[in-house]
Structure formats: structure tokens, C-alpha cells
Design a protein around this ligand. Structure first.
Ligand SMILES: NC(=O)c1ccc[n+]([C@@H]2O[C@H](COP(=O)([O-])OP(=O)(O)OC[C@H]3O[C@@H](n4cnc5c(N)ncnc54)[C@H](OP(=O)(O)O)[C@@H]3O)[C@@H](O)[C@H]2O)c1
Length: 262
């Protein structure tokens, strides 16, 4: 017997997402790209959102195994009009959305004295405001599919460190927002969160290219390595699948154990 979630009675197989349609924000680069590839490999039809990475989005779409079924949508999620545009375009593609991965985000790391209004607004708008309004605007589509939301937070939304206050505030708010929305949208829609540790992407290129900083990250991570984008993508795939059908309102830290030791 094989259940809808791809798990047979005789053993475990990769959770199947065949026939599911999922929106991945910031889906053309970094963690989002890996999520797009992983979900597509599991059989999902992916709506790849991008802001500036048009070429990457187009190339990625044509490289996926079912390129014709995937979609590419452009929107600047730091602006109200961009959020509305993305929600409208998704609604034009489907009225029944199985998954929303709120992945798009930016980092800014100033100390308190260098914190500025403009940068604060930009980080909060991109990392927090767009997430809640996308969920609001797509809630009916998600309900229709008994769908699932995965918000991408950060280890910095769970453990404190000096500096990067807008980033930390946005990411910790996402963890709590996940809990409230899980209650509001239950029992039809599950809402969960993934908090990555240090994952090698463009957002922290300067960090992992710096030999001394990179060594510090490795030495302070119990599993003794930087994370890779596939580490996050596999967890997102799990949370969207039927294997996670009794999980809602939770945040999974995917950080090699780093948050255990500070
Ligand atoms: N890498 C890490 O160590 C790490 C750790 C914890 C959490 N995270 C979180 O993981 C998520 C993905 O980050 P990443 O590491 O993959 O970084 P990345 O490679 O820099 O990717 C950032 C993504 O966000 C999108 N984006 C940025 N500003 C946007 C805007 N105004 N409107 C719409 N989309 C926008 C980008 O789209 P375009 O390229 O199309 O502009 C890009 O796809 C972020 O939420 C980040 O905070 C990352």
C-alpha cells in the first residue's frame, strides 16, 4: 500500500509531491534555488518567484525535469505592489495552492549606532511584511488545497547576537508569526518554519570566503561544517509532504547543532 504522502508500508521512500503546486519566493538563487530543484525532483510543479535574478530563473525553469509545467513570476516583495502582483499572478495560475515557501530575504548587519530607518524598513518589509501579506492573499487558495506554508527564518531569529537588529527582529517575528498563523489557519492549512544556521550562499559569501571566519563557524558547529542549501531544501520538502501532516506551528533548526552551543 502506498499512501498519498509517498510512504509505503514496507519502508521509507523520498516524500512524493507529485501533482502538488508550490510557490517558492526567491526561488531562483541560493537556498530558494535548491528548494525549487528539490521540490521539482519530488514531482511538484513549482512557481519560481524572482526579483532581480531573471536570467537565473529562466535557466532554472528550463533545466527542471518538467519545465513546461513550471512558472516564473517577477515581483519586488519589499513593495506593496510587488506583493499584490505576485499574489494575483499565482491566483491566475491556480486557485488551489498546495505549498507556499516564504524564502526571499535580505541581510543587513549594522551595530546599534549604525542602524538607520531606511535599512530597517527595507529589511522588515522584505523579511516579514511580504510573508504575512502573501499568506493572507493566498489563504483561500491554500485552504482549497489543504496546503502548507513554510517560512524561512534563521538561527538569528532564535539565538541572540550583537548587531543585525532588523534581521534578528524580522526572523524571530517569523517564528512567532508561524505559531499564530498555524492556529488561525488550522485545520486546513499547516504553517511551519525552518531556521537555517550558516549555509553557504551569496548572502554570506564574504563570511565563507574569509578563511578565519569560516574556520570559526566550523569549530563552533557541533557537526563541524557549513550547511549546504540542500540541507534546508530537504527539510522544506519534508514539511510540505504528507509525512509532516501532523506538524504545524513548529520551527525546525537546521544548523548542525550550532544553536545548542551559542
Ligand atoms: N544562507 C544562510 O546562511 C542563511 C541563514 C539563515 C537564513 N537564511 C535565509 O534564507 C533565505 C534565502 O537566503 P539565501 O541564503 O539563499 O540568500 P541569497 O542567495 O542572497 O538569496 C536571497 C533571495 O531573496 C530574494 N530577494 C531578496 N530581496 C528581494 C525582494 N526585495 N523581493 C523579492 N525577492 C527578494 C532574491 O531574489 P533575486 O535574486 O531574484 O533578487 C534571492 O532569491 C533568506 O530569507 C535568508 O534570510 C539564510
Amino acid at each position: 500500500m502506498t499512501l498519498k504522502n509517498g510512504r509505503g508500508t514496507t519502508g521509507r521512500v523520498m516524500p512524493s509531491l507529485t501533482g502538488r503546486i508550490v510557490l517558492v519566493t526567491g526561488g531562483a538563487r541560493g537556498i530558494g534555488r535548491s528548494v525549487t530543484e528539490t521540490l521539482s525532483a519530488a514531482g511538484a510543479e513549482v512557481i519560481i518567484h524572482f526579483n532581480t535574478s531573471r536570467k537565473e530563473a529562466m535557466r532554472l525553469q528550463s533545466s527542471l525535469k518538467s519545465a513546461r509545467k513550471n512558472h516564473v513570476v517577477e515581483a519586488n516583495l519589499s513593495e506593496t505592489g510587488g506583493i499584490e502582483k505576485l499574489a494575483e499572478e499565482v491566483a491566475g495560475i491556480t486557485d488551489s495552492l498546495d505549498g507556499l515557501v516564504n524564502n526571499a530575504g535580505i541581510y543587513a548587519g549594522p551595530a546599534l549606532e549604525d542602524t538607520r530607518f531606511g535599512e530597517w524598513d527595507s529589511v522588515l518589509n522584505t523579511n516579514l511584511r511580504s510573508q504575512i501579506f502573501l499568506i493572507k492573499m493566498l489563504a483561500a487558495n491554500l485552504r482549497k488545497a489543504s496546503g502548507s506554508v513554510v517560512n524561512i527564518s534563521s538561527i538569528m531569529g532564535v539565538s541572540a547576537s550583537p548587531g543585525a537588529y532588523a534581521y534578528q527582529a524580522s526572523k524571530s517575528a517569523l517564528v512567532h508569526l508561524t505559531r499564530g498563523l498555524a492556529l488561525e489557519l488550522a485545520p486546513h492549512v499547516r504553517v511551519n518554519c525552518v531556521a537555517p544556521g550558516f549555509i553557504r550562499t551569496d548572502i554570506n559569501r564574504e563570511g565563507w570566503k574569509d578563511v578565519s571566519f569560516s574556520r570559526t563557524v566550523i569549530e563552533s558547529t557541533p557537526l563541524r561544517r557549513w550547511g549546504e542549501t540542500v540541507d534546508i531544501a530537504g527539510t522544506v520538502r519534508f514539511l510540505l509532504s504528507g509525512d509532516a501532516s501532523f506538524i504545524t506551528g513548529q520551527t525546525i533548526l537546521v544548523d548542525g547543532g550550532k544553536s545548542l552551543v551559542g
